[in-house]
Design a protein around this ligand. Structure first.
Ligand SMILES: *Cc1c(COP(=O)(O)O)cnc(C)c1O
Length: 459
């Protein structure tokens, strides 16, 4: 197909108005929220890039499927559709619907992980790490070294360091490792993909030691597209074939339908092992609901079943990955430092490089995130020392490894002109980077402080 501009592969069928708060209203909103963008009302935001989770637009086919949702408590037709789609995609026979990804994680780890054990991953997502630590186990990140360096160009920066995995197994002992996880794409590592070659190598290590392999599959379709585009030998495969091959290497998967399910809520745990699945279903009934609906309505199961088809359409994935890359390119060409290459779902601005005059103790990424909102009503999220800084006994703080602002792109929600506008805002802010000042925390919670902390301009 002779593409020129890669256009949105849809036309708009229903719209939701955007509000345009004035600069004065934005300033007032910032003061009220204590300069924490989580404290803003959504209608105080012009372009909301806080997250790509549950913020996508559903298709006409998904809305139509919702109307025929079967809300039977037990044995609903919608569950059978959902189960059939998940089985065909993953090849995993046991399908357990949950209200979102973290519920699948909680159930899986409650069944499989014991106190004192160790769970490796390329990079654990926050909810995955928290759910493992909640069981008294340790979550270990083993991404390749390139995956920790924002400027390093590598086609599969989400790959697992296979030698490090072997070392970990021999150090802690195989009996202390209940399972190995791989996150596709690697969200906390910048949305970077994992190659099939790497997945096969991890599978081989698991086979040698008799360990089960689980995918944290939230962005499996974006990962499949990167494999098609970058991994030798896969250019002629369809995204569906590649996704099927990825899942065929796993013994199970956790999934948030709020990402590559193209839905606003939902998730699943899928498994090979019927005995583990039976235990998981007992917990499901206690916490989520009966096994044929989990934490969801029948109509949600329908929307996800359709979303899991649409998300693998080539036109969709080409547009999806291109729209993120397009924003990253505009930043890169203008000399605004970002994590390279761009991942699937987000552009990460490198605030440490852009604002070298603001020390980590004054939260440069928070300052940049606030400035993007102040300048143009664009909401991103700080991923730096506010989120990961560790307060020390002497009142100082150990800063995070990187100071990033993540701009996550919701699926099918914004058009190219919205993204052009975002780039204009970023470039305008970058032009006056030298004038931007840092912040100090005036109020914070003992954990997950980034959600509720209040700030004031420093000095
Ligand atoms: C979002 C996400 C989760 C958790 O899913 P929720 O639906 O938000 O509970 C887990 N892992 C990764 C990689 C994610 O991106």
């Amino acid at each position: 197909m002779p593409y020129r501009t890669i256009i949105e592969p849809f036309k708009i069928h229903s719209v939701q108005a955007i509000d345009f708060p004035s600069p004065e209203q934005r300033e007032q909103a910032l003061r009220r929220a204590g300069y924490n963008l989580f404290g803003l009302q959504a209608d105080e935001v012009i372009i909301d890039l806080l997250t790509d989770s549950g913020t996508g637009a559903m298709s006409d086919a998904q809305w139509a499927a919702m109307l025929v949702g079967d809300e039977s408590y037990a044995g609903s037709r919608s569950f059978r559709r959902f189960q059939e789609r998940v089985q065909r995609l993953t090849g995993l026979p046991e399908v357990i619907p949950t209200h979102q990804g973290r519920a699948a994680e909680w159930i899986l780890f409650a069944v499989m992980v014991k106190e004192g054990q160790v769970v490796p991953n390329n990079t654990h997502f926050d909810t995955t790490r928290a759910n493992i630590e909640y069981q008294g186990a340790q979550a270990v990140d083993l991404v390749i070294p390139e995956g920790r360096d924002p400027a390093a160009e590598h086609p599969f920066k989400g790959n697992v360091d296979v030698a490090a995995l072997e070392r970990l197994i021999s150090e802690v002992g195989v009996e202390r490792i209940p399972l190995v996880m791989v996150t596709v794409t690697n969200n906390s590592g910048g949305g970077q993909p994992v190659s099939l070659e790497n997945l096969r190598a991890v599978r081989a290590v698991c086979d040698r030691h008799g360990l089960p392999l689980f995918l944290d599959a939230c962005r499996f379709a974006e990962n499949a597209w990167f494999i098609k585009a970058r991994e030798p030998g896969y250019g002629d495969h369809t995204p569906e074939q590649i996704a099927v091959e990825m899942f065929s290497l796993a013994d199970g998967a956790t999934f948030s339908a709020k990402k590559d399910g193209l839905a606003n809520i939902g998730g699943f745990l899928a498994l090979k092992d019927a005995a583990v699945a039976a235990q998981a279903r007992n917990l499901l009934i206690l916490h989520e609901g009966f096994p044929t609906y989990g934490g969801l309505a029948g109509r949600d199961l329908e929307a996800i079943a359709v979303g899991l088809e649409e998300v693998l359409h080539e036109d969709y994935l080409r547009y999806r990955i291109r729209s993120t890359e397009y924003l990253a390119e505009k930043c890169h060409r203008a000399g605004v430092p970002t994590v390279r290459p761009p991942g699937g779902h987000a552009v990460y601005l490198d605030a440490r490089a852009l604002l070298p005059h603001i020390p980590p103790s004054q939260y440069p990424a928070q300052a940049l995130a606030v400035e993007l909102y102040r300048d143009g009503g664009v909401r991103g999220v700080e991923i730096g020392s506010v989120m990961f800084g560790r307060p020390q006994p002497d009142g100082t703080e150990e800063s995070a490894a990187m100071e990033l602002v993540r701009l996550a792109v919701p699926r099918r929600t914004y058009t190219q002109s919205h993204i052009d506008y975002v780039a204009e805002v970023i470039l305008a802010v970058a032009e006056r980077a030298g004038e931007i000042r840092g912040y100090r925390i005036v109020e914070q919670a003992p954990w997950l402080r980034h959600f509720t902390a209040r700030f004031a301009p420093a000095g």
